[in-house]
Design a protein around this ligand. Structure first.
Ligand code: UD1
Length: 417
């Protein structure tokens, strides 16, 4: 098991660059199955989730090469439509390949993505979208078969919730469908716009991405393109919080500040100084941060659920009482019990967490329950003077390039054992 050994209490100082977004790279990698030829993806983060996506692409028949943060995917040969269960289970976002397989081969056989981590993660909206586009869906013993031997046909797809993954699957599938597709109540996350930019660079006709209504006029074929992934707004937020929680001063470069939504403003409300440049955000920590009223996770442009755990770890050290309400996923407080080992005083009741700020965290040994919960525990350990251990670092590697390097570059004493 990989463990982070952290000697906390050091104020983090310095500049660092933000890598590309995991949540953009994964759908863009799936979309790279559509053109016949070599697609080049720049800024692809070196995290284990992109490695899993590359393993799936390779299994399906694509030839993938990585050089640093540049990934080349050549889907010029035959592509199979079947993803075995072990590959599906490696990554919870593997369902994103459904639309691409249907569009490319007219057939997809995949299994339900891995078990419960932060909630049930149903797939009904993905299947609804594929059915609307004309796919015949059957399910048996955890395997899902989708067939559209004569291709998909554009349709009106009204999502009952603006699901990020279902919007992306529908966009990818509709890019090669006959006629026009309209996705209503689409997710508006920046990663949706990034996927649309990539599809359009391949010759697709996608309009309105980033808004609630996305229109896709199907085209006969797509060509390969070179696409640069947008910066990871959650990683950027985590680095800023690392500066804030350690009483330090951190500048994150290569970000799109607008994508951070309410986070810079909330950090200012706690007393931090935040300066935003055209592609950077700099933070100087508050001497004694104060809590903010209520933080409620919402679809973009609201407070992102993926930043909920790291932000709560910070609120735990803010003077006063804060309230966090998680509205997107139902089991996203598993890390709270581990955070209490550091002395955090947090009570949860269903989707609500009441955070009573304490003066300081104490070092502790804790187990990362999931990706973002793990990041929250790393933040707590950075703030606690003395030596802490965070087990389960592999959860964190799914979405963060090695933290011992990035946080180490800011002066953190963090090692992997
Ligand atoms: C994506 C992100 C994830 C982020 C989440 C919400 C990727 C790879 N992952 O996940 O990091 O936390 O958006 O911003 O981009 N739902 C259904 N039925 C469905 C699909 C979803 O009920 O068919 C529900 C989910 O249970 C959840 C909500 O919709 O309550 C949001 O899920 P969704 O937006 O689909 O998240 P993901 O795409 O899985």
């Amino acid at each position: 098991m990989h463990t982070f050994l952290i000697r906390g209490g050091v104020p983090l100082q310095g500049d660092l660059r933000c890598p590309g977004a995991k949540n953009s790279a994964l759908p863009v990698l799936a979309a790279s199955l559509l053109p016949v030829g070599k697609t080049v993806i720049r800024g692809a983060p070196a995290i284990t989730d992109t490695e899993s996506a590359v393993r799936i692409l390779t299994h399906l028949g694509a030839v993938c090469e990585r050089q640093g943060r540049e990934l080349t995917v050549d889907a010029g040969g035959d592509v199979t439509g079947v993803i075995p269960e072990d590959l599906m289970r490696e990554m919870r976002s593997s369902f994103i390949f459904l639309g691409a397989l249907l569009a490319r081969t007219g057939f997809a056989e995949i299994s339900l993505p891995g078990g419960c981590e932060i909630g049930q993660r149903p797939i009904d909206l993905h299947l609804y979208a594929m059915k609307r586009l004309g796919a015949v869906v059957t399910q048996e013993a955890g395997r899902i078969r989708c067939e559209a031997p004569n291709g998909l046909t554009g349709a009106k797809i009204h999502l009952s919730f603006p699901s990020v993954g279902a919007t992306e699957n529908a966009m990818i599938a509709a890019a090669l469908a006959k006629g026009e597709t309209a996705i209503e109540n689409a997710a508006r996350e920046p990663e949706i716009s990034d996927l649309a930019d990539c599809l359009n660079a391949m010759g697709a006709d996608v309009r309105g991405a980033g808004g609630s209504s996305v229109r896709i006029r199907g085209v006969k074929a797509l060509h390969p393109c070179v696409h640069r992934i947008i910066p990871d707004r959650i990683v950027a937020a985590t680095f800023l919080l690392a500066g804030a929680i350690t009483g330090g001063s951190v500048r994150v470069m290569d970000v799109i500040p607008g994508h951070l939504g309410p986070i810079p403003d909330l950090l200012e409300q706690t007393g931090c100084r935040v300066e935003t440049g055209p592609d950077s955000v700099a933070l100087t920590a508050a001497k004694r941060p104060v809590s903010v009223g209520t933080v409620r996770t919402m679809p973009y442009p609201g407070f992102p659920t993926d930043a909920q755990a790291p932000f709560t770890a910070y609120l735990g050290l803010c003077r006063g009482t804060g309230v966090v309400i998680e509205t997107i996923f139902e089991s996203r407080y598993k890390y709270v019990a581990e955070l209490s080992r550091f002395g955090a005083r947090i009570r949860t009741d269903s989707r609500m967490a009441v955070v009573e700020g304490v003066d300081a965290y104490v070092p502790a040994n804790a187990l990362a329950p999931d990706l973002r919960g793990g990041a929250a525990l790393v933040l707590a350990a950075l703030a606690a003077p003395g030596e802490s251990r965070i087990e389960g670092a592999r959860h964190i590697d799914r979405g963060y390039e090695p933290l011992e390097i990035s946080l180490g570059s800011l002066g953190a004493d963090i090692r992997r054992i």
